[in-house]
Design a protein around this ligand. Structure first.
Ligand code: TRP
Ligand code: SF4
Length: 405
């Protein structure tokens, strides 16, 4: 069942605080967040409990990473006036929803999430046969569902977690989405759309439910999406009513795949801390220059006079990210004809990266000098997030019959 989530203006995404951010985070994630913050209601958070699932033995390292990461976000251009920035652990509602969802989540759903076994294999030195680690994707589901987010910007590796979130939401709505007076409330909501729309809705609903007319279903959904004046609760009822289900309490989110290409690292593999091929967001000019100068090039280009092949050179991949067409032309032509040397080729890249990082480093230095500002931004963001989270949770409790009076 497709539900109201896709028309929700809310976006949620989190990042685990596990060390310094680098250009891979910047090009792969942050630039996308910076764009989205102006287009949607964005909730960006530090997933400190998720870090704990793998760092429970050295949990003290998390704190520093939390604050450094927030500084990196701010320095990169995330604006607290446009997005709510917060810490997961400052919104304990995530934990309550996680617990409630755990009651209805079959173990097998978690065991078959591919990242579960993959990460255990990859992080052999850690004992990840814990309850918390198995629950990692369910905690992520709670992170998303508690804001009833429509979209979740994530990388490819996280799409399976968003899929699980959809399944859990569907199961929750199926079990708990049946209010005693659902039909009456739904019918009252139909009337609120006005005579013409109500008639159309009823007609389309009938066509779908009695003849399985998929096109009618689609048209009816479009119709609902355009009912700006309907309250969210009524909207959720009408989406559910349309398909013969109950009320949609936790709408199903969609993954919003990050459009940016994978940022190449210094060795041509994807930039990642575990490959040791990164340039950090706060790297000094001198260190940027040294790292790029030391980059391997086309291995067949031994002497300056040997022509090279950019297709097998990691430096060329950086030009693809940083250089305009003229400059790329200059590299292609100069390399293949041995007209330029590799150091010449690297020069403009060094300038581009230094130019890109300079304002980021300066803003980061500013925030580092004013930690109280950073704390305040997180306090405010956490309070704003909490308000939304509490609202969802009280509906969840009521739907489950836990709102004891
Ligand atoms: N698991 C995500 C990652 O490793 C981080 C994360 C936690 C997240 N909760 C989330 C991302 C909720 C999106 C939405 O990148
Ligand atoms: Fe690589 Fe540039 Fe050297 Fe060609 S000239 S091998 S693209 S660094």
């Amino acid at each position: 069942m497709d539900t109201v989530a896709y028309q929700s203006r809310r976006i949620v995404s989190g990042m685990r605080p596990t060390g310094q951010l680098h250009l891979g985070h910047y090009h792969g994630v942050l630039k996308n967040w910076i764009k989205l913050q102006h287009e949607f209601d964005c909730f960006f958070f530090v997933a400190d409990w998720h870090a704990l699932t793998t760092h429970y033995e050295d949990s003290r390292v998390i704190e520093d990473s939390v604050w450094e990461m927030v500084i990196d976000w701010l320095a990169a251009g995330i604006e607290p006036s446009s997005a709510s920035l917060f810490l997961q652990s400052r919104v304990p509602e995530h934990a309550e929803l996680h617990l409630l969802l755990s009651m209805i989540t079959p173990l097998s759903w978690l065991e078959r999430v591919p990242t579960y076994k993959d990460q255990q294999e990859k992080l052999k030195e850690k004992d990840l046969s814990t309850y918390g680690f198995l629950g990692y994707p369910l905690l992520q589901s709670a992170d998303i569902l508690i804001y009833r987010a429509g979209q979740v910007p994530v990388g490819e590796d996280q799409v399976v977690h968003v899929e699980l979130t959809r399944e859990v939401a569907r199961r929750f709505n199926h079990i708990y989405g049946r209010e005693a007076d659902f039909e009456e409330k739904a019918e009252a909501a139909v009337k609120k759309m006005g005579k013409k729309n109500a008639k159309l809705y009823n007609h389309l609903r009938k066509a779908y439910q009695e003849q399985g007319d998929a096109e009618a279903l689609q048209t009816a959904r479009e119709l609902l999406k355009n009912q700006q004046s309907l309250a969210l609760g009524d909207m959720e009822r009408l989406f559910g009513f349309l398909e013969g289900g109950g009320k949609v309490i936790l709408p199903e989110p969609k993954a919003l795949l990050t459009p940016a290409p994978k940022m190449p690292g210094l060795d041509g593999q994807k930039m990642s801390k575990s490959y040791g091929n990164t340039i950090s967001l706060r790297e000094s000019d001198q260190s940027v220059a040294e790292k790029i100068k030391r980059m391997p090039t086309d291995p067949n280009r031994v002497r300056r006079t040997d022509p090279g092949d950019p297709d097998i050179c990691p430096v060329w991949q950086l030009h693809e990210v940083y250089s305009d067409d003229d400059q790329k032309q200059w590299v292609q032509q100069g390399c293949r004809s041995a007209g330029i040397g590799c150091l010449d080729c690297k020069g403009p890249l060094i300038d581009s990266v230094i130019g890109e990082l300079k304002p980021i480093r300066e803003r980061a230095d500013d925030f580092s000098r004013h930690p109280e500002d950073v704390r305040r931004i997180i306090d405010d963001g956490s309070a704003a997030a909490r308000e939304v989270a509490q609202e969802t949770l009280s509906e969840v409790r009521a739907a489950m019959g836990l709102a004891y009076k």
